[in-house]
Design a protein around this ligand. Sequence first.
Ligand code: 3HC
Length: 303
Amino acid sequence: RRPAGAPDRTLARGVTKVGIVGAGLMASQLALLFVRRLEVPVIMSDLDQDRVQKGLGYVTAEVDKLLGKGRLTTDQANRLKTLVSGTTDQSDFADCDFVLEAVFEQLDVKKQVFADLEKQVSPECVLATNTSSLSITEMAADLQHPERVVGFHFFNPVAVLPLLEVVRGERTDDATLATALAVAKNLRKNAVLVKDAPAFVVNRLLTRLMGEVIKAVDEGTPIKVADAALRPLGLPMSPFVLLQLVGPAVALHVAETLHAAFGSRFPVSENLRALVSARRAGIYDWTPGGKPYVSEETLSLLT
Ligand code: 3HC
């Protein structure tokens, strides 16, 4: 029997070309995953050619790394490289049947991306969003076909973490959801179907934990001590290294969304805010005399 809310999987539509909107680090990791697992053409777009080239450069370099590790043959690597392309022109998405956006975490920006895409793609094309915390229902609200919008939320690092939150908005239809779940399976991700609630499930729990750790540091516990104190709990990664991996700006955005929804249960650290506004590259220990916490070496592994 089907679990509550799950669609009839026979409604899934085939996916023959994928569009990724954005060519930043998250979008590039997604382009690599899709091309590697689905082996269909994947096209990535961004606002200018420089960003597109940077995204494509990431994918090519990662394919070369996989080749170097013996995980791909030369033929496979060359094929993947020919399947990935970039553009600054969204009309190149016209023949996509699955488009995933991974642009700036702002509702208006994402709504505009979907509104523009609707002018290009067929009414059946799935519009998926990698949003960390925004409402899928609101993102779809003004579209002509809100039933084709679905949340498709990945976790960093995308290539390694198997979890994928699939989010059904109020108007998402069964064919869209079935297609999204079939794509998730082909990507070899463990899809969990979650409610369209602020920050869904994982980020809600993670932000609560991070909020408490950050508060301890705000109150004077050095970051190193906070990280070391949590090590015996067996977390796969120290909280502040994780904060660096996710990106302080993304973490702050999720915390702000949760604060707006649930109030004081999700405090927002002024120190984290200041760090993000100062656009510093790394996590800094903001206790008195604070120094860079994440070393250059660790940073280079994470970025
Ligand atoms: N990018 C790509 N691959 C990476 C990577 C990275 N940043 N970091 C590690 N890897 C790969 C390694 O290359 C290695 O692959 P291989 O086995 O094919 O050689 C594999 O991961 C395991 O790496 P290691 O053995 O060196 O390291 P660990 O055993 O310590 O595992 C980890 C690394 C999987 C990243 C682990 O530390 C971990 O699970 N950390 C927690 C990550 C997490 O919680 N992510 C969720 C963040 S929340 C989020 O993203 C949501 C967003 O909305 C905010």
